[in-house]
Design a protein around this ligand. Structure first.
Ligand code: GCB
Length: 603
């Protein structure tokens, strides 16, 4: 699915802004046909934004169930000859779109886009009524998994609650932009670009998928490709739905040194351009060889973070200012990468990663596939069962992986797919599940695959690592175990990493390590939660990583403090950020800046 674009052949109207909004506390929206009759007594709600923190209202913050968004929009008369689409960047977690009372789309998944043609439902040149219903419940067959259940409130009314196994707050609502856009009747539905190079010659292979309703004129349409460099000079051209082209004296896309070519695709019929679409592409190569992760033939050492889409007030709503602040901080701290823990981030974020030269590990929303919530201690109950994580969950997992890869495949910044975070992978039934998942993913794209394990998965006991290229480990020795004893944690860490590598013989990425730290709390000697403790913990871990050549990278948990559900171990959220939630540095940020500034991308 191509991101909506204004081009010589396509129109685009943003529906971001203020919508009417109503949370369906009494579960009456369907009965009273709000999708057709409209909302009465509504609130105002910004789109995109999570709705939870907008009102001053605990009931809305913690609401579980259906909410309704509504707005009216005039659709230009001139669009009548075009194919008109509505597209939502993401809404958490299950959505339906009605146009003038007609259901045009139903979609499950909280972190990926969905769209539909709406020609049959709209009135051109007139006002049209758009309603989007969003439900934030989770089940064992959704990703992430969770369970909704009813409780009674003080007045004896039933109300829903949600049990989840992941710690980040279940921010809900329309999180990414809503667009109306057009394509011509014959248009490009998809473009795939793959890159390579030999010597100083770049190689671009591409494929364009056309949607051409009129089969008879199929012959008459040709695909034309042009590639421009950053000076807007034409450096390559090709024709045909599928092909490849060479770029002489190529400038590669490098980590922290991005270079983007503009790939312009056109559908042409009798010298007339029917459709036009362009992509920013980077030419680079990713491989794993001899236990090393290579980008453009050079060993790459990941320095960076697990992040979240999370901020004050807006929750998970897309915010360009915050995103650019984050990239500036990544640059400032000399990070070269991050993981989109624990769901695919907005396409707009990946565009920035392409431009800033920040390497991305793209993760499906497979988090919490285990029988307990974090913290990572205690027993693991079985979840790969007929009732919980079953064949239906696997089908969803494969579908969301396919949609993520289809959406993000053309981003040079994306170098690896992460297919799960902290699943209960010592269970026998996890093996067949992950085998099928990894095999399916390999058919979709050739980038390496990552699986991320929690510290309850003992070295040598993971049933699924063999199906992956890189092993991610989330380790908190000295925090969740050996609490407060950094030396003991450090000894355990070294032994654990060595045993893991001995058992799996695969490159290891420290995909999470870190400690909760209250900004401004200083203690000398250090104790848990102080800024000094965070620095000492990170230093101790780094001393271990620096001795072990099979460690291919370090992603601190987390880039910034973020909101969670209410819990004993979460004081106004998860405080493992190196930056505060307002994106100001803790002491550890200065320490990391010094360390990462002094080690190169190859370590
Ligand atoms: C983890 C999870 C992450 C949590 C983190 C923590 O292992 O992957 O989502 O936020 O631990 O801080 O407990």
């Amino acid at each position: 699915m191509l991101y909506p674009q204004l081009t010589s052949s396509r129109n685009l109207i943003s529906l971001s802004g203020i919508w009417n909004f109503k949370a369906d506390y009494k579960e009456e929206g369907y009965v009273n046909q709000w999708y057709l009759k409209g909302l009465k007594e509504y609130d105002l709600m910004p789109v995109p934004a999570s709705y939870n923190d907008i009102a001053v209202d605990a009931a809305l913050r913690d609401f579980v169930g259906d909410v309704w968004y509504e707005r009216k929009v005039v659709i230009p008369k001139q669009w009548e000859t075009e194919n008109v689409m509505i597209r939502v960047g993401s809404a958490s977690h299950h959505s339906k779109i009605w146009v003038n009372g007609v259901l045009v789309k139903e979609y499950t998944g909280g972190f990926l886009p969905f769209e539909s043609t709406i020609n049959e439902a709209i009135q051109f040149g007139e006002e049209n009524h758009i309603v989007i219903g969003v439900n934030n419940e989770l089940t064992w067959q959704t990703l992430p998994p969770g369970e909704a259940y009813y409780v009674e409130d003080a007045d004896g009314n039933r109300k829903k609650k949600l049990k989840q196994q992941h710690d980040f707050f279940n921010y809900s609502g329309i999180h990414r932009p809503v667009y109306l856009y057009t394509t011509p009747r014959t248009y490009m539905e998809d473009i795939t670009v793959q890159t390579d190079y030999e010597g100083d010659q770049g190689i671009i292979s591409y494929q364009v998928v056309m949607n051409q309703p009129d089969e008879e004129s199929r012959e008459a349409v040709t695909v034309k490709i042009e590639v421009y460099d950053e000076e807007n000079q034409l450096v390559g051209a090709a024709a045909g739905e599928k092909g490849s082209l060479q770029i002489d004296r190529v400038t590669l896309w490098q980590p922290q040194n991005a270079y983007l070519y503009k790939f312009v695709a056109k559908l042409v019929s009798k010298e007339h351009t029917l459709d036009e679409y362009s992509l920013n592409i980077g030419i680079r190569k990713v491989q794993i060889e001899n236990g090393q992760f290579l980008i453009n033939g050079e060993p790459f050492y990941f320095k960076g973070f697990g992040k979240h889409e999370d901020m004050d007030v807006k929750g998970k709503g897309l915010d360009d200012a915050m995103n650019i602040r984050d990239f500036n901080l990544l640059k400032w701290i000399h990070a070269n990468s991050f993981r989109t823990s624990h769901y695919p981030y907005a396409e707009e974020v990946l565009d920035l990663a392409d431009r800033y030269g920040i390497v991305v590990i793209d993760e499906v929303p497979a988090v919490g596939m285990l029988g307990q919530a974090v913290p990572a201690i205690g027993e693991l109950d079985g979840v790969f069962t007929d009732e919980k994580i079953n064949d239906e969950t696997l089908k969803e997992h494969i579908r969301l992986t396919r949609e993520m890869i289809a959406r993000d495949k053309n981003h040079p910044s994306v170098v690896m797919w992460s297919l799960a975070n902290e699943a209960s992978v010592m269970e026998p039934r996890a093996e067949a599940y992950f085998k099928e998942l990894a095999e399916a993913a390999r058919k979709m794209d050739d980038r390496p695959l990552l699986n991320v394990n929690l510290m309850l998965i003992e070295p040598g006991k993971c049933k699924v690592s063999k199906y992956f290229d890189v092993i991610g480990l989330n380790l908190y020795f000295g925090w969740y175990s050996e609490r407060g004893d950094i030396d003991a944690g450090k000894r355990r860490l070294k032994q654990w990493l060595q045993e893991c590598h001995e058992a799996e013989k695969k490159p290891i990425l420290l995909s999470e390590y870190g400690v909760d730290t209250i900004a401004g709390l200083h203690k000398e000697p250090a104790i848990m939660f102080s800024e000094e403790f965070q620095v000492q913990f990170l230093k101790a871990y780094h001393e271990v990583f620096d001795q072990l050549p099979f460690v291919i990278g370090e992603h601190v948990w987390n880039f910034a403090d973020f909101m969670t559900g209410q819990d004993l171990v979460r004081i106004d959220g998860n405080k493992k950020g190196v930056f505060t939630r307002q994106r100001q540095p803790k002491m550890a940020a200065h320490y990391l800046r010094e360390r990462w500034g002094s080690i190169t991308n190859t370590h």
